[in-house]
Design a protein around this ligand. Structure first.
Ligand SMILES: C[S@@+](CC[C@H](N)C(=O)[O-])C[C@H]1O[C@@H](n2cnc3c(N)ncnc32)[C@H](O)[C@@H]1O
Length: 310
């Protein structure tokens, strides 16, 4: 296969959001399965799960030639099988064994640098050892907690905190808006933080009973940031509402200066409106990312550390 111009970046799309990613980029030269080739490095891209930066393409004849190229370019390689799967697996079998990619939360060890590769056809290898996210394809695979959290929403906060690389801790205060039934509250509590959970609906009983959890049954929108005496270390929000309302809430809290860090879920309604995403992206020091565990959602980080950008 002849690819005329080497792309500067290959973005990995969530298959359900391929259109959103293509629209966001504008400049797309090829799409292979969920790999989107582009000459544009968009540092604040929302709808990419991962990005391969300055990828290489090799036209090869033998398996050993492909293996040699990969071995020379990096230590660990993750196969993203999209074409010629059997041949891809033969290449993979000649490479160093990957470390275990099933992670306990919180991540205790740094995920090592792992390159990704795919075959585009029988003789075309694309590979890249410089990627945006630590987990291959941006897929943080956690060993799930099937006992304690009342639902699976906790996985979103696990992923967001793992991307951020810093976690609520003992002595810190987390305020969890739209907290019920209490997955996110549980995550902060088990990490040692004090939690104020706010929701119109009640928390699950076993979460409400946890030490260091205080529940306020009210609307998140009626909460006055200035009513908090202490600064809030983590302001979390997973309220089910239109993203325009979330935008007003985010703005109010940023203006108050009361929250040191914010993680908000943006619930996208119906057809994705990139304009509203752009409104959030325009907030200085913010980052909006559609994560692996997001449904029809994106996650807003503020203030975003530089490594959340490409
Ligand atoms: C997706 S659920 C949150 C799940 C939660 N993060 C967890 O981990 O269990 C959305 C929540 O938003 C709450 N909600 C909707 N409107 C609200 C409002 N105005 N104020 C507070 N909570 C609200 C709902 O009651 C619901 O519990």
């Amino acid at each position: 296969m002849l690819i005329e111009n080497l792309p500067n970046v290959i973005y990995v799309a969530d298959p359900n959001y391929l259109n959103e990613l293509s629209n966001e980029l504008g400049d797309v030269s090829h799409v292979f399965n969920d790999l989107v080739f582009s000459s544009t490095l968009k540092t604040d891209i929302c709808f990419a799960l991962d990005a391969w930066i300055n990828p290489q393409i090799l036209h090869f004849e033998s398996i050993s030639q492909a293996v040699r190229a990969l071995r020379a370019a990096g230590k660990f390689w993750y196969l993203h099988p999209i074409e010629n799967i059997r041949r891809s697996r033969l290449i993979e079998s000649e490479l160093r064994k990957l470390p275990d990619l099933n992670h306990a939360f919180p991540l205790t060890e740094e995920i090592p640098q792992i390159g990704c590769f795919s075959l585009l056809d029988k003789n075309t290898l694309v590979y890249c050892n410089t990627r945006w996210k630590k987990a291959p394809l941006g897929n943080y695979h956690f060993i799930e907690d099937k006992i304690n959290p009342p639902n699976r929403a906790y996985l979103k906060l696990w992923e967001a905190l793992s991307l951020w690389g810093t976690y609520p801790t003992k002595g810190e205060l987390a305020v969890d808006l739209g907290a019920s039934p209490g997955g996110w509250t549980y995550v902060c509590q088990m990490l040692g933080a004090d939690v104020i959970a706010v929701d119109k609906a009640p928390l699950a009983e076993h979460i409400a009973k946890l030490p260091r959890v205080q529940f306020q049954q009210q609307s998140a929108f009626a909460l006055d940031p200035n009513s908090f005496e202490k600064d809030i270390d983590w302001l979390l929000c997973d309220v089910a509402c239109y993203p325009e309302r979330t935008f007003d809430l985010v703005t109010q809290w940023i203006q108050s200066g009361k929250a040191k860090r914010m993680i908000f879920t943006l619930k996208l309604q119906g057809e994705t409106n990139l304009k509203i995403i752009e409104k959030f992206q325009a907030i200085p020091k913010s980052r909006v990312i559609h994560m692996m565990s997001n449904k029809h959602e994106a996650t807003f980080f503020y203030p975003a550390p530089s490594y959340l950008f490409l």
